[in-house]
Design a protein around this ligand. Sequence first.
Ligand SMILES: Nc1nc2c(c(=O)[nH]1)N[C@H]1C(S)=C(S)[C@@H](COP(=O)(O)O)O[C@H]1N2
Ligand SMILES: [Mo]
Length: 341
Amino acid sequence: MTRTPRLPPGQQLAARDKWPQVGERAPADCSAPWTLQIAGEVESPRELSFEQLLALPRVSLALDIHCVTRWSKFDLRFAGVSLADVLSLANPTRAARFVSFVARSAREHSTSLPLPDALALGAVLATHCDGAPLPREHGGPLRAVVPDRYFYKSLKWLSRIDVLSEDRLGYWESQAGYHNHADPWREERFIASSLSKQEAAQILNARDFAGRELLGLDASGRDLSGLRAAGARLRNADFAHCSLVGADFRGANLSNARFHAADLRDACLVDADLEGADFSGASLAGADLQGASLTAATFCSSSGGARFDAETKVAASQLEALMPGQLEFVSVALREAQAGR
Ligand SMILES: Nc1nc2c(c(=O)[nH]1)N[C@H]1C(S)=C(S)[C@@H](COP(=O)(O)O)O[C@H]1N2
Ligand SMILES: [Mo]
């Protein structure tokens, strides 16, 4: 089914030749042969060799992918075997209600879905993409691919499927506040902040966020100049219209944070995670963004462009992570700022 519009709300389309890497960059221990285990609520637990997997009926899937950090790619052509076929080899029990995909990776990364959803969405265990074996950096040799969910439900380096009677939250869902349902059309990106209004007010008054977990903090409109927020976890936080002059966000996680029309003059954003963050209409004069990751960050929207000056620090190589329209805006704006116009 093709929807109109095809781009879910709040997403930007990546250039055709670009596919960002998100999360873990590589699997663990590739010396042992790749196998797929099916365990948990199944009558006959299985361990399939890669050859056995390849011998199952092949399915292919043309898919638009949508990362929670606000980039999308249209029409990747995955091929592999269907989750349904693989599971039926192991005979799920009547108690089977969820599937958890587990990776062969350093942190045994995982993500889960209700079993009926995974089947209804047509989840595929992909071995190929666009006619070639799936590249290792994108989850090869085997990756779960789940249509119509943010891409964090599509696990790279799949090595085990646990069939479960109760849900077990995955890595991002339990550690980073990612929404467990993850429907891009409903923008189910993050769970709500768990801070009470009172807690939030206290933290804001103290102006010291350093090292804290503050997912979804609503700080909009505040005077937070000189804020100490090094290493803070501020995914999905709202700093729209804030004064943040000289704020220290070194190494902070500001993925999907909103800085619309914020005053970030002389702020330190060194090594921060700014993926999917919104700087439209913000002042970044004198701000230092070196080492920050800028995948799908927004600097220009219909409600205004960010402002830079000759002292704004950001490397040309960092800009390559921007989506096409943003890259053009930032390149021009920086060039003009450096020329002192
Ligand atoms: N094993 C594993 N799978 C993972 C992740 C991860 O960190 N580890 N990150 C998820 C997230 S958040 C996204 S957006 C996609 C990114 O896939 P890509 O790097 O191929 O673009 O992988 C998902 N699957
Ligand atoms: Mo993601």
